[in-house]
Design a protein around this ligand. Structure first.
Ligand code: SAJ
Length: 428
């Protein structure tokens, strides 16, 4: 039996030890699903606090409950370690490490390189390696393959290498790791078949594609699609503001079209560790091929312009009451990058607070999911949201529309409201 066939039959018999490198919002849900499917899972993370917490049954990822984690641990199907020398043990290894942007908006693939080096040192015949981190097309073939083949092992025969983009939507109540279709592309046909077989027991739908580049591009298309369409509706928000038209009314009415339209909503800008970042991986790769990806760059410009657009709206609102931004008290409602989550990475609220403070406003914030955060070297702490606090502010700014906030109370008590999410009810 070939090594590929051996791995496939071990997967069918659930006799695979599955390694997950990177136990964050992607790796941990995947680990739990693989354990639930019957595999033994060995999680790897460089952060000892993460590993210690997990081994004590504590989940640091909102989408994984402690009950789910402890269930995986009870039947001995999940443990975590910082010991990278154990990477020779798993039959399959999924790499789920961060792929941020450098400060020059260039891809930072250092985490992928570090994980690849760690795997390379312990690579053995019979292992399958899958990269899940969102990255530019060519990363798997150009960075991972040479490193792994430098061991003298041959891809597609001795070991297998594939790319399968993570599609986690943090906080999504309907779609999780198991029921989100999973795209898989291999360096060779056998790499793809092995990777599909390994995921099969844990994922409802697998979507094989012909190459790792195709799989890498699928993810970038998905997120560029969102960034460009969000940029479009953000430009519509600017257009409607100049025309004195309610952009949300226009979008809701357009969304009644039963075909050929998909609703996106304007907002304070783009947050999160994906949409503002992933498209720039593709733009960077194409610049190297002397091609300018105009939609990506234009969407990026428009989306990053939104914090300033909304801060100008605060200034106009205060001005309409004869007040300056300088010295005005502004209460920001919501700092997480989107509704009902606690993540503030790349949140436009941080830009808005920075801009308001830069114009001399006294800014406080309330966020039920973010009790405190540190930015630009100083600590922010969420205030209590009371009618008096709302009434005392010169202007209240809705930046993240958490569902637990009483927007009717805001409307009843606020002197002025600037609403970037159309959260305030029209009639009260
Ligand atoms: N946003 C808008 N208007 C919209 C939709 C979103 O302004 O109509 C803003 C949000 O407020 C947020 C940002 O865009 O600040 C990103 O929101 P998001 O939900 O698209 O992004 P993420 O990073 O939370 O989750 C996304 C996934 N979201 C959905 O598919 C709904 C998906 O794009 C990816 O699977 C995932 O990131 C990822 O890992 O790439």
């Amino acid at each position: 039996m070939s090594i590929a066939q051996d791995l496939i039959s071990k997967a069918e018999r659930r006799q695979i030890l599955f390694g997950i490198v990177g136990l964050g919002y992607v790796g941990l849900p995947l680990a739990v699903e693989l354990a639930r499917a019957g595999y033994r899972v060995l999680g790897f993370d460089v952060n000892p606090d993460v590993v210690e917490g997990l081994n004590e049954g504590r989940s640091h990822v909102k989408d994984v409950t402690e009950a789910q984690l402890q269930k995986a641990m009870e039947c001995g199907r999940f443990t975590a370690t910082t010991d990278m020398s154990r990477l020779s043990e798993p039959d399959a290894i999924s790499i789920c490490v961060p792929t941020p942007l450098s400060k020059f908006k260039d891809p930072d693939v250092s985490f992928i390189v570090a994980a690849t080096e760690a795997v390379k040192k312990r690579l053995r015949r019979g292992q399958a390696i899958v990269l899940e981190s969102t990255t530019y097309p060519g990363t798997t073939r150009e960075i991972m393959l040479p490193a792994l083949e430098s061991t003298g092992l041959t891809v597609g025969q001795d070991f297998f290498l594939a790319f399968s983009p993570e599609r986690v939507d943090p906080g999504n109540p309907s779609y999780g790791t198991r029921n989100t279709p999973k795209v898989v592309g291999g360096i060779t046909r056998d790499c793809q078949k092995v990777a599909v077989a390994l995921y099969q027991p844990a994922i409802d739908t697998l979507v094989p594609v012909s190459t790792t580049e195709a799989a890498e591009l699928v993810k970038l298309l998905e997120n560029t699609f969102r960034s460009v369409n969000i940029g479009l509706v953000n430009e519509m928000a600017i257009v409607c503001d100049k025309l004195g038209v309610n952009v949300w009314e226009v979008i809701e009415a357009a969304a009644t079209k039963p075909f050929g339209f998909m609703k996106f909503l304007p907002g304070p800008g783009l947050g999160g560790h994906c949409i503002p970042i992933d498209p720039h991986y593709l733009a960077w790769k194409m610049r190297g091929l002397n091609y300018k990806t105009r939609f990506i760059d234009l969407a990026g410009e428009l989306n990053t312009e939104m914090p300033l657009f909304w801060v100008r709206k605060v200034s106009e609102a205060l001005n309409s009451q004869g007040k300056a931004v300088q010295g005005a008290s502004v209460l920001v409602l919501g700092v997480a990058y989107k509704r009902d989550i606690e993540d503030i990475r790349e949140s436009p609220a941080l830009d808005i607070i920075r801009l308001l403070e830069g114009q001399g406003a006294k800014v406080s914030y309330f966020d039920p999911h973010v009790p405190r955060f540190r930015e630009d070297g100083h600590d922010f702490r969420s205030v209590d949201l009371t009618p008096d606090r709302v009434a005392a502010a010169d202007c209240v700014m809705v930046v993240t529309d958490h569902t637990s906030v009483d927007y009717r109370m805001i409307k009843r008590n606020a002197k002025l409201v600037v609403d970037t999410r159309n959260a305030i009810p029209k009639e009260v």
